[in-house]
Design a protein around this ligand. Structure first.
Ligand SMILES: *[C@@H]1O[C@H](CO)[C@@H](O)[C@H](O)[C@H]1NC(C)=O
Ligand SMILES: *[C@@H]1O[C@H](CO)[C@@H](O)[C@H](O)[C@H]1NC(C)=O
Ligand SMILES: *[C@@H]1O[C@H](CO)[C@@H](O)[C@H](O)[C@H]1NC(C)=O
Length: 436
């Protein structure tokens, strides 16, 4: 099995224009950020970088993503108007497929006026300004030594099932020398179905449908990201073999959906000073009973494991939290011996569709013997079954991926083929070699 997206699978429930059909005037919900006319659908990020999450904040999940009287009468954003009033169904009589009584006047998940003092806290999730990881942060894309190539998945009829992991697709690239991949721009062809995609670099080629040996993930597209910029001090070294895979989610089970997403890859033969890698920490056993407001899991990379994992200090240039649909908040702390913990990532609200890339400049240094701890907090009010760790839409995860350098200071524990450099726990069991 191809593992690249194990970390990335997200529920089909989130992230689809599909939901526009489930609420009155769903195709005409006024978007909160200025200059934007309509709500682009659950999980989409608008061009201003405004996370759109879902139209009712957490209430949508609590009502199993269905329009009912309780959801209609609720005032999810606390601005004095019910959801029904904001969406043109003041009497709460609308049913799916019917014509709403009135046009929608405002967004039911955004407190209005959106930039008023009273609404400041409630609208904290909105980012109407520029996103951090935008073109600006990749100015070195224009440097004279930097080359660009476009890697696209061949146009494919997306299967009419909810979750599909595409086959690995291998590209025929220059093999004259080694290059550093120093960034990518994500080319999402069909936003309605692309949940995630990634680039792996491999030590040898595979056929179209093979899983080759020696691949590791170097680029992750998480819905809402536009570009990935590697720190100017480092690059991901590759020679000839890059492959990609896409995770599609086709919630409507439509058979007429096509996709040809890919990446614009920026690379250089003028190697950067350091070789980068993705380093992942997390917990791989999760048990989230239904109907809970909060279930917390931890993933610890103990001082003993980090001593074995690191041959010397590593520099963290960026970090990205990852949970699925039940994820409410997540953080990563780094504790050096005898010191207070440093917080590296701290998402205090669900980040689907608006992932927050934490960048560190100067990079954060992790030394052998330091401890890292990921804390994942889930809310399961919208489920009626126990949720466990796994790759499908209905499973959960608890990981943080970091871009680090130099790769030479990392040991591959061999726990996972795709995430070569990792420090995981299975429950309380450390997935690092036993000490001598
Ligand atoms: C709120 O936004 C409106 C429209 O963009 C603007 O005219 C107004 O000055 C803003 N108010 C504050 C307090 O920022
Ligand atoms: C991390 O998250 C947990 C659970 O939500 C919370 O209790 C803890 O205070 C957070 N830690 C930091 C440093 O934010
Ligand atoms: C669980 O929820 C699903 C989806 O809402 C529903 O179809 C199913 O009947 C529920 N099962 C139980 C046992 O409540």
């Amino acid at each position: 099995m191809i593992l690249i997206f194990l970390l990335l699978g997200v529920p089909g429930l989130q992230a689809h224009a599909f939901y526009k059909d489930r609420i009155p005037n769903g195709h005409h919900v006024t978007h909160p950020c200025p200059n934007h006319v309509t709500w682009p659908g659950v999980g989409h990020r608008n061009e201003n970088g405004g996370g759109t999450r879902n139209p009712f904040g957490d209430d949508f999940a609590k009502h199993e993503h269905k329009w009912n009287e309780a959801l209609c009468r609720a005032d999810s954003d606390g601005d004095g108007l019910t959801n029904g009033q904001e969406l043109g169904d003041p009497e709460c009589v609308w049913t799916e497929g019917a014509e709403p009584a009135l046009p929608s006047t405002s967004h039911p998940g955004v407190c209005d006026p959106w930039n008023s003092t009273e609404c400041k806290d409630g609208n904290a999730w909105l980012q109407c300004g520029p996103v951090r990881d935008d073109d600006d942060t990749c100015k070195y894309f224009n440097q004279p030594d930097v080359m660009k190539m476009t890697l696209r998945y061949p146009r494919t009829n997306v299967p009419a099932v909810e979750t599909t992991y595409s086959r690995m697709h291998f590209f025929d690239l220059p093999d004259d020398k080694e290059y550093h991949l120093i960034g990518v721009r994500f080319l999402v062809d069909n936003f309605d179905v692309v949940h995630h995609m990634g680039i792996e670099r491999c030590s040898k080629a595979g056929r179209f449908d093979d899983v080759p040996g020696g691949c590791d993930v170097i680029t992750i597209y998480n819905q809402g990201l536009k570009v990935q910029c590697v720190d100017p001090a480092a690059g991901f070294r590759f020679k000839k073999y890059l492959s990609m895979q896409i995770h599609w989610t086709n919630v409507d089970l439509r058979s007429d959906i096509y996709d040809a997403s890919g990446f614009e890859v920026y690379y250089t033969a003028k190697l950067r000073p350091h070789d980068a890698a993705i380093f992942t920490v997390g917990q791989q056993i999760l048990n989230i009973p239904p109907g809970q407001t909060s279930v917390v899991h931890h993933g610890v990379c103990s001082p003993r494991c980090s001593q074995l994992l690191l041959k010397g200090p590593i520099h963290v240039t960026s970090a990205l939290n990852h949970m699925h649909y039940l994820g409410q908040s997540q953080n990563l702390t780094l504790t050096r011996p005898g010191q207070a913990p440093l917080t590296l990532t701290d998402d205090r609200r669900p980040t689907y569709g608006a992932p927050m890339m934490y960048r560190f400049s100067p990079p954060v240094v992790i030394n052998p013997g330091d401890e890292m701890e990921v804390t994942c907090n889930y809310q399961s009010l919208s489920t009626n079954v126990t949720t466990t760790y796994g790759e499908t839409s209905r499973n959960e995860m608890c990981y943080v991926y970091m871009t680090v350098y130099p790769v030479q200071n990392l040991v591959n524990f061999g726990v996972r083929a795709d995430w070569k450099y990792s420090c995981f726990q299975n429950g309380n069991v450390d997935l690092c070699p036993a000490s001598e």
